[in-house]
Ligand binder design. Structure first.
Ligand code: NAD
Ligand code: AHE
Ligand code: ZN
Ligand code: ZN
Length: 373
């Protein structure tokens, strides 16, 4: 019989405020739920986005974090696919296997718990977190900035126990998203010309994906040139800073590539760059994939003629990867040495220093900070 336990957690009390380290209460997992001990969590730009107040689904107070790795501490009634001691990666895109989305074979999005998840609640409409009796919201169904967190069974991928959770936590969002966008969403083929806008954890993972896909040319774009060395090491063939040109970056890329790229990826969350990413695509077939998340009220625009003349605009969540059935294989591929993760971990820190992770990100000094619990 499991009990409510105390957990150290970073609480976001309100938009724009630093996170506050608190001792919170975490209820036992209810039917169909699992409580895990978080071992490590990356800090993704989406955490900063929600903390800023720009996320239409931002609820406060909340425990943020969605790029974690942990160990099952206890399971609720009816849980059959996970047991105490299993190593798991939380999934903000669950996989129930039975909803319209899961059965469609066309998407990795799952509809089963999306409504309550977006409200910061468990599927029964309540929270498992509280402080002094007052509820605290969950975040993206994960809340990995807490020593202990509760998730629905369908929101956990069971992974190989030999994988270091301090590294494979990055597969809970950034690395899978970037690689998956290239391989699943765009399906980049050998020899293709690719442009990647924004070289954070997501963009650099897209560079890895493009290298794996044997793209012929990988053009990496960022206004922070300190990202270029790693981009080149990972396979970028050209690194471009748009600030060095006095014309729109899409024109520069179209000229460089004899008419435009086959595929482009926006990994920033800037609607103006989204337009550039579309418009640098080749007439007739170029495809642009939006990965970046933009704030409330922001909209994309382009001349419809860009689409009439064959360019395609699409987007991706979690790189199109179905978490329960496909993520464990990403862990195996990492263990087999197909790609590295520690290149991305520029900083590690304890939970007490979590605000420094956000500062490093905003100053453009980190790729990924990983919190060790
Ligand atoms: P990050 O902050 O680590 O990296 C962003 C990069 O963009 C930085 O290197 C920065 O210098 C660069 N940049 C900023 N403005 C630029 C501009 N005008 N032109 C060129 N480069 C510019 O962020 P991240 O963690 O890699 O996340 C990137 C985006 O992807 C965020 O919007 C995040 O919310 C989103 N995201 C989406 C998904 C998804 O499933 N769709 C998953 C994870 C993250
Ligand atoms: N809540 C925001 C959208 C945020 C968003 O688009 N999230 C991505 C994952 S970002 C991970 O770092 C996602 O998966 N979206 C699909 C989904 O169902 O949330 C808003 O605009 O309301
Ligand atoms: Zn993320
Ligand atoms: Zn489903």
């Amino acid at each position: 019989m499991t009990e409510t336990i105390k957990s150290r957690a970073a609480v976001a009390w309100g938009p724009g405020q630093p996170l506050s380290i608190e001792e919170v209460d975490v209820m036992p997992p209810q039917a169909g739920e699992v409580r895990i001990r978080v071992i490590a969590s990356g800090v993704c730009h989406t955490d900063a986005f929600t903390l800023s107040g720009d996320d239409p689904e931002g609820n406060f107070p909340a425990i943020l974090g969605h790029e974690g790795g942990g160990i099952v501490e206890s399971v609720g009634e009816g849980v059959t696919s996970l047991a105490v001691g299993d190593h798991v990666i939380p999934l903000y895109t669950p996989e129930c296997g039975e909803c319209k989305f899961c059965k469609s074979g066309k998407t990795n999005l799952c509809g089963k718990i999306r409504e309550t998840q977006g409200k910061g609640l468990m599927p029964d409409g309540t929270s498992r977190f509280s402080k002094d009796g007052e509820p605290i919201f969950h975040y993206m169904g994960c809340s990995t900035f807490s020593e202990y967190t509760v998730l629905p069974e369908i929101s956990l991928a069971k992974v190989n126990k030999t994988a270091p959770l301090e590294e494979v936590c990055l597969l809970g969002c950034g690395v899978t998203t970037g690689m998956g966008a290239v391989m699943n969403t765009a399906k980049v083929e050998e020899g293709a010309t690719v442009a990647i806008f924004g070289l954070g954890g997501i963009g650099l993972s897209a560079v890895i994906g493009a290298t794996m896909a044997k793209a012929g040319r990988i053009i990496a774009i960022d206004i922070n040139e300190s990202k270029f060395d790693l981009a080149r090491q990972l396979g970028a063939t050209d690194c471009i800073n748009p600030k060095h040109y006095d014309k729109p970056i899409q024109e520069v890329i179209v000229e460089l590539t004899d008419g435009g790229v086959d595929y482009s990826f926006e990994c920033i969350g800037n609607v103006d760059v989204m337009r550039s990413a579309l418009e640098c695509c080749h007439k007739g077939w170029g495809e642009s994939v939006i990965i970046g998340v933009a704030g409330a009220g922001q909209e994309i625009s382009t001349r419809p003629f860009q689409l009439v003349t064959g360019r395609v605009w699409k987007g991706t969540a979690f790189g199109g990867v179905k978490g329960r059935s496909e993520l464990p294989d990403y862990v195996e591929r990492y263990l087999a040495g197909e790609f590295k993760l520690n290149d991305f971990i520029t900083h590690t820190m304890g939970l007490d220093a979590i605000n420094e992770a956000f500062d490093l990100m905003h100053r453009g000094e980190s790729i990924r900070s990983v919190i060790h619990f």
